[in-house]
Design a protein around this ligand. Structure first.
Ligand code: NAP
Length: 251
């Protein structure tokens, strides 16, 4: 195996295509959270490795030429585990991550918070309607908000029952500007507060563009700290160059 990609993101999918197009032997690892994941170029393995020890064993057994960690910026446990396992086994590691939206000029106008509980506390004093775009796994942090006009947009329904007044929207992105305008700028139900995670990108996500257009308050959850092992790359094409250089250096 040339490259192990830790995936579950659009960037990981793009990277898998680029690497396979170059004829590399690529395996993408998925956590297995998404039912019916989209098809991926190259091989796919599904499920956790069993912590850093399990991943170190997996690396020792499968010996990929390098690892590219392309998990979501908020998948902090997987990133920490990958750094530990790669350091321990001497496996080359790169972190592929979209640039933080902090680099965007309008980000200074947002309410930045350090986590979901802090975001929920901020929403207490902000107006309805609220649009939550924080993922099903974090639902519990927001339930204490109780009966409010909150739309919770997720790919799959959360396990928890939602308070009265909440609307569950099960949709898989990516969403276009028109999609977001239809949801957020409906004159009869214009979103006043948007809660989002700093997933990042080279430009603003359509929901952030539309929130700005309609004057909604944006509550943005800052990224968890990143591990210090591994090179950092900001785009799939850069990750491809890094992998080719690593594999060339080792051959
Ligand atoms: N968190 C988000 O906001 C978010 C958003 C979009 C997509 N995703 C994707 O969803 C997946 C899970 O995210 P999470 O936030 O639940 O992660 P996490 O909290 O960092 O990871 C929890 C555990 O799930 C397993 N895992 C996570 N990603 C994996 C992968 N790519 N391959 C194999 N095992 C993986 C690992 O289990 P073991 O310890 O057993 O190895 C890890 O310890 C990731 O692939 C991520 O890219 C997450």
């Amino acid at each position: 195996m040339d490259v192990l990609i830790l995936g579950g993101t659009t960037m990981a999918r793009t990277l898998a295509s680029l690497l396979v197009e170059r004829g590399l032997d690529v395996t993408t690892s998925l956590a297995g959270r998404t039912r019916e994941p989209l098809a991926l170029p190259g091989a796919v393995r599904v499920g956790g490795f069993g912590g850093p020890d399990g991943m170190a064993d997996w690396l020792a057994g499968n010996r990929p030429g390098c690892v590219i960690n392309a998990v979501h910026p908020f998948a902090a446990r997987m990133s920490d585990n990958a750094a530990t396992a790669c350091r321990r086994t001497g496996t080359a590691l790169a972190r592929l991550e979209a640039p933080s939206w902090r680099a965007q000029p309008t980000s200074a106008d947002w309410t930045w918070v350090g986590g979901h509980d802090e975001a929920a506390r901020a929403v207490r004093r902000l107006p309805d309607p609220v649009l939550l775009t924080i993922g099903r796994q974090e639902t519990a942090h927001y339930l204490p908000l109780g009966q409010r006009d909150i739309t919770h947009r997720v790919i799959h329904a959360p396990d928890e029952a939602l308070p009265a007044g909440w609307t569950l929207l099960t949709r898989r992105g990516p969403f276009t500007h028109d999609d977001e305008r239809a949801l957020m700028a409906d004159p009869a139900h214009t979103i006043a507060t948007l809660v989002a995670k700093d997933s990042g990108g080279t430009g603003l996500d359509p929901k952030l563009v539309v929130a700005t257009e309609i004057g909604a308050t944006i509550v943005m959850i800052a990224r968890p700290p990143a591990p210090d092992y591994g090179e950092r790359v900001g785009a799939p094409a850069q990750a491809l160059d890094w992998a080719l250089a690593r594999l060339h250096a080792d051959s």
